[in-house]
Design a protein around this ligand. Structure first.
Ligand SMILES: Nc1nc2c(c(=O)[nH]1)N[C@H]1C(S)=C(S)[C@@H](COP(=O)(O)OP(=O)(O)OC[C@H]3O[C@@H](n4cnc5c(=O)[nH]c(N)nc54)[C@H](O)[C@@H]3O)O[C@H]1N2
Ligand SMILES: Nc1nc2c(c(=O)[nH]1)N[C@H]1C(S)=C(S)[C@@H](COP(=O)(O)OP(=O)(O)OC[C@H]3O[C@@H](n4cnc5c(=O)[nH]c(N)nc54)[C@H](O)[C@@H]3O)O[C@H]1N2
Ligand code: SF4
Ligand SMILES: [Mo]
Length: 577
């Protein structure tokens, strides 16, 4: 038996026992003896088997020779390395080292969590996450724009004896059994967070000692919350005073975890939304106390320095101008499905002379690529994995050999050798990453991070939390519909079993299986309807990974955090004729 870890882009980062050629769940306290369906079916997946050039199958040697020829005949300044936003283990970064040293352009920004992270850093000075291990110790868990049955299933067993609050426009599976579900209007969380803070103060349940020590500007912030008209705002965001009272009664004097997901921040002002939620946590004094805190999608590389050279010109991952390059090398990403504003992406890629796709699966991007190079999956290469929701570091040794595909390290080593760029051995890089963790038990390594961050105050200049001083008014009018585009249970973004439907409340009048034209300012798509009354009447739900969904989304950035804003655009519907 050998220990390894799930390589998929998921909060849980489960540990695996590889036994007799089979993937089995580890019994460690986080994985708890079960893996989700993605990994249980992993080895039956359709992985890319053969490299191809211009649609014709070629050998691995020919593919690598072609890659070298392309790079030799393109100016480095006309070469772009586009790597995905997902967290697929640390050795993915080795190709950044080659491309940056070569003089290519790399990308910055994110399709994922950047707006929320910017909000956290604006308030606290850094992004130190509440780990899953602390959530286990909480008495009350608030799932705020996070869907644990889909994206954090390993939190579920620990929830049995806790009070559960859900703030989500969708009646998710966890909402159905929660003690309180606030089925809020999308994009209304900043108002709710500010009103909760205001009523926490009025009801006298704030942690005054904590505020005095670490958040002395709280009075000014309270005044800002007083600028919100209560009755009109509650009506606008579709929350009642009763729900606010119930929430505050549930959290009073309890160990509370506020578990936020990316759902709250897919908007231009996503940073401010997160910061207002953080401020509510500050008011309750949820920092540096066991079982208390605010969990978000943490930085999986917190406390780990990169051994790779990455200094280069960088352009945004959100609205990348591919057309400015002659050669685009795409790794671990499917931008033609997952980037916002698909029509723009298609246009921008259409004139690129050499599109190279380096990934595991066939998808929209591999089909548009001139040169396709299959990667090796985690069972056939050495790697190391960290998580964005806990502090484990999992070593992922190669389990078996294959002639199919090439690892990120081997590809980079070949390119570095060809272009005379220094590169350390694979073992040296793996040892570098491992040096940031301590062995705690047989086969368990933990990164040296504080269990209860911010014990000595926030990481701001004076150790105090910095509250929002102003905020943009959000247009929540009901003339058009809100797009909700969350994660699907059956796919991991565009990998695995992808969804193909638009989900609508029956009050919108569309019949099951009918076709509907869905439009936004960016484009129009047609999808089959699934009627679902767990949605609000003002929402249109299309899961991430659904082919076509990003025709509807905007390639503008969040105001802070260089992040995509998948839910900013409003939607109109028409029966397809
Ligand atoms: N099965 C599965 N697991 C995954 C993934 C996957 O594709 N499939 N993707 C992985 C990745 S890349 C990520 S980033 C994580 C993200 O996983 P999560 O953080 O859970 O993010 P989402 O599923 O996008 O959204 C979570 C919830 O936010 C709600 N929501 C949407 N808009 C709003 C809003 O305005 N306000 C509030 N309060 N709630 C809102 C949605 O209804 C949804 O229930 O999941 C990872 N895990
Ligand atoms: N509408 C909408 N769009 C979204 C989102 C949303 O919620 N709604 N979510 C956004 C978010 S949070 C994210 S993170 C992005 C994700 O979007 P992408 O980063 O494009 O991720 P995936 O769709 O998961 O595609 C992953 C690709 O990486 C390849 N791959 C997997 N493992 C490896 C490996 O080990 N090596 C190599 N070389 N390749 C590998 C797979 O074959 C696949 O092609 O999508 C974003 N787009
Ligand atoms: S829950 Fe997440 S980490 Fe665990 S097996 Fe599934 S995809 Fe992998
Ligand atoms: Mo993500």
């Amino acid at each position: 038996m050998s220990k390894t870890a799930c390589p998929l882009d998921c909060y849980d980062a489960c540990q695996i026992d590889y036994v007799d050629g089979k993937i089995k769940p580890s019994k460690d306290h986080r994985t708890q003896g079960f893996l989700c369906a993605h990994l249980n079916h992993y080895e039956k997946e359709n992985f890319l088997q053969t490299p191809s050039y211009m649609g014709k199958e070629i050998t691995q040697e020919e593919a690598l020779a072609k890659l070298i020829e392309i790079l030799k005949t393109t100016e480095p300044s006309a070469t772009l390395h586009y790597r995905g936003s997902g967290n697929f283990a640390l050795m993915q970064g080795v190709s950044d080292h080659f491309f940056a040293s070569f003089g290519a352009t790399l990308t910055e920004g994110t399709l994922c969590d950047g707006a929320g992270e910017a909000g956290i850093i604006n308030g606290r000075g850094s992004n130190k996450n509440m780990s899953m291990d602390e959530i286990y110790k909480s008495e009350v868990v608030i799932f705020w724009g996070r869907n644990p049955h889909t994206s954090s299933s390993h939190l579920l067993p620990s929830l049995k004896n806790k009070k559960i609050i859900v703030i989500d426009p969708v009646k998710t599976q966890i909402a159905k059994s929660a003690d309180l579900h606030i089925q809020i209007k999308p994009h209304a969380d900043l108002y709710l967070a500010m009103l909760l803070t205001r009523f926490a103060h009025i009801n006298d349940i704030c942690d005054e000692a904590f505020l005095e020590e670490f958040a002395s500007e709280f009075e000014e912030y309270y005044e800002l919350t007083q600028g919100i008209r209560i009755k009109a705002t509650l009506a606008e965001i579709d929350v009642t005073l009763g729900e606010i009272g119930e929430l505050l009664a549930l959290v009073e004097n309890k160990k509370v975890a506020i578990v936020c997901g990316v759902g709250i921040q897919k908007y231009q002002d996503g940073a401010d939304v997160m910061r207002a939620i953080d401020a509510f946590g500050v008011a309750l004094g949820l920092f540096a106390k066991e079982g208390c805190g605010i969990a978000y999608l943490g930085n999986s590389k917190e406390g780990i320095s990169s051994p790779f050279y990455t200094q280069s010109k960088k352009i945004s991952k959100v609205n990348t101008d591919f057309s400015a390059f002659e050669t685009v090398f795409i790794q671990g990403a499917n931008p033609l499905a997952q980037m916002p504003d698909t029509q723009r992406v298609q246009q921008s890629l259409s004139g690129v002379k050499n599109i190279i796709y380096f990934g595991l699966h066939e998808n929209e991007t591999s089909k548009a690529a001139h040169l396709v190079i299959p990667a090796k999956n985690f069972l056939y290469k050495n790697d190391i994995r960290t998580s964005y929701s806990h502090n484990a570091l999992h070593i992922m040794p190669k389990q078996k050999e294959t002639k199919i595909g090439i690892s990120e390290y081997d590809l980079s080593a070949l390119l570095c050798q060809t272009f005379d760029i220094p590169l350390q051995s694979e073992a040296a890089y793996l040892a570098h990453f491992q040096s940031f963790a301590k062995k705690t038990k047989e086969n368990m390594y933990e990164i040296s991070r504080e269990a209860l961050p911010y014990k000595n105050g926030f990481d701001t200049d004076d150790g105090e939390f910095i509250f929002l001083e102003e905020f943009e008014k959000v247009n929540l009018s009901d003339e058009t519909l809100h797009l909700i585009t969350p994660k699907s249970k059956t796919s991991l973004n565009s990998q695995f079993q992808r969804e193909a439907y638009v989900y609508l409340h029956s009050a919108l009048g569309f019949k099951e299986d009918s076709l509907v034209d869905i439009s936004s300012v960016n484009g129009i798509i047609t999808l089959k309807v699934r009627v679902n009354n767990d949605l609000r009447e003002d929402c249109v739900l299309i899961y991430s990974g659904t082919p076509g969904v990003n025709v509807l989304t905007s390639s503008k950035h969040s105001l802070e955090g260089l992040c995509a804003i998948y839910q900013e655009n409003r939607i109109t519907l028409k029966e397809h004729s």
